[in-house]
Ligand binder design. Structure first.
Ligand SMILES: [Zn+2]
Length: 492
């Protein structure tokens, strides 16, 4: 099965296959580490995770490179304000970023590349650009890309840049779409700023050159796919193409994937609107990492996602159903044999699931057949018409589902615990939901002990104590379910 993915460059849905027939070489723009990641950032990383997981599920080997921008205008501004060098300012946010990715079960790319560790490669690329007539130095010692040297500029974002002023320059890393100008490749040293010695003069790289240099370092001059948030399409990705292709005269990336913005409650997320959320904000409110993952991936990447707290509650309920069903199928005892109806339902679910993902990663459509299968199977189990052979088949489909969605196994306690711990050391205690505070320190063992004590109390007809334990656990967010196989508990 081959993935058909929308390609911003060609403007159509194209098949995505490794050009070398071996591994799919892909580059995705990583974070700029000047603050904690917000859910808009994580939507992009999660959708790229869906892409790489689906490729792997179809047997495609992936070589995925992601950069860490650990030097740029914002980092320099913030570290100066904090009175520390950038090398002391960024590590906290790099660490936080990886912790957040882990909480969201985002797989690590095969290669992580930090900008500050690739300065020589960037300098070398600027030197090549100069030789190609596409870079020039200004009086202050900075280097700029000459847009007039690259007539194809604008081919990715399909912008009409005919009104562009020839030779007009912009030296900030991020700029608006109406100001397509010669952009900074290398910024001459300024008092108090981090800088590096280089044959092109002492200075520091612009943001765009880092991705070109590192992508080509690890993936070659021409590779399969470049991905990132839609906000990066212009100018960042357009600039990456210009910098790379001016030197190599080969297509930089053949396929470009852009993940759309998300809205929060129908509005653009912004601190001034009061609808700006980092992952940590949501964890501290008591939402589970798995529910955040599912809510952020369930709307296909090319659609605008309107994030609401209701969508998290819905995701949480869907995960509960999946986990309960998975446990029921795994632990139930079923007679040997197969139910033909279930076997057919399994085949249908698998085909529809894979087809939906192969169709431009339609995660919304991919979910539906899984929940259909869940309903049909639950009915069969209730009627005693579900057999051991059905179990194997159903679990196989659930495994394929979880190879991409990754929400069935309950790993939610740890990210929440870490977020609460972080809040305590970061002056954010006031933001921790009360039930999370109560739950802190309540380990699985402690819960098991209380559950066992309750069972004993009931046996000895000490119902007052049994009720007291149930209440105590409920206050700490632990739900008990009595069943004929004993007591099950789960965290709310
Ligand atoms: Zn980039």
């Amino acid at each position: 099965m081959t993935l058909r993915l929308f390609n911003t460059l060609s403007g159509q849905v194209d098949e995505l296959v490794p050009a070398d027939g071996k591994a799919l070489r892909m580059y995705a723009c990583g974070p700029t580490v000047y603050d904690y990641g917000h859910i808009g950032n994580f939507r992009t990383f999660l959708q790229i995770d869906v892409l790489r997981r689906f490729l792997k599920l179809t047997g495609v080997k992936v070589r995925h490179v992601m950069n860490i921008t650990d030097v740029d205008d914002k980092i320099i501004r913030n570290s100066a304000a904090a009175g520390i060098p950038i090398s002391e300012y960024t590590p906290k946010y790099v660490e936080a970023f990886f912790e957040d990715l882990e909480a969201l079960r985002v797989e690590r790319p095969e290669q992580i590349a930090r900008a500050t560790e690739h300065i020589p490669q960037m300098v070398e690329l600027i030197e090549k650009l100069e030789k190609a007539g596409a870079a020039y130095k200004t009086e202050d010692g900075s280097w700029y890309f000459r847009l007039s040297a690259f007539p194809e500029y604008g081919k990715l974002s399909k912008k009409d840049l005919s009104g562009m002023e020839d030779g007009a320059r912009v030296d900030v890393d991020e700029y608006e779409k109406d100001s397509a100008r010669d952009f900074a490749l290398w910024k001459a040293v300024r008092p108090g700023e981090t800088s590096w010695d280089a044959p092109i003069g002492r200075g520091r790289p612009g943001w765009h050159i880092e991705c070109s240099a590192m992508a080509m370092q690890y993936l070659g001059d021409s590779f399969d796919l470049h991905a990132g948030g839609e906000d990066l399409m212009f100018p960042h990705h357009e600039n990456e193409i210009a910098q790379s292709e001016s030197v190599t005269h080969e297509p930089f990336a053949r396929h470009w994937m852009h993940v759309r913005f998300l809205l929060v409650d129908g509005k653009k997320m912004s601190k001034s609107e009061g609808n700006f959320y980092t992952l940590r904000d949501l964890l501290l409110k008591g939402y589970k990492a798995s529910a955040i993952r599912l809510a952020l991936i369930s709307v296909p990447y090319r659609h605008q996602l309107n994030f609401t707290f209701d969508s998290l509650t819905e995701a949480s309920a869907a995960i509960d159903r999946l986990r309960t069903f998975h446990e029921r199928v795994t632990k139930g005892s079923f007679a040997a044999g197969e139910n033909e109806e279930i076997q057919l339902a399994v085949k249908k679910a698998r085909v529809e699931y894979m087809e939906a993902l192969a169709n431009d990663l339609n995660t919304a459509e991919a979910r539906a057949p899984i929940f259909d299968l869940l309903r049909v199977s639950n009915t069969a189990i209730d009627q005693g018409k579900f057999y051991a052979g059905d179990r194997e088949a159903v679990l196989g489909v659930l495994a394929a589902f979880d190879a991409v969605f990754d929400v069935i196994e309950d790993r939610d306690a740890e990210p929440t615990r870490r977020a609460v711990e972080w809040a305590e050391t970061s002056g954010r205690q006031a933001d921790v939901a009360p039930e999370l505070l109560a739950r802190q320190g309540l380990t699985d063992d402690a819960i098991e002990t209380l559950v066992a004590e309750r069972t004993q109390a009931k046996k000895h007809r000490n119902f007052a104590r049994a009720d007291q334990i149930r209440k105590e656990l409920a206050e700490k967010g632990i739900i008990l379910e009595d069943s004929k196989d004993g007591v099950r508990w789960k965290r709310k």
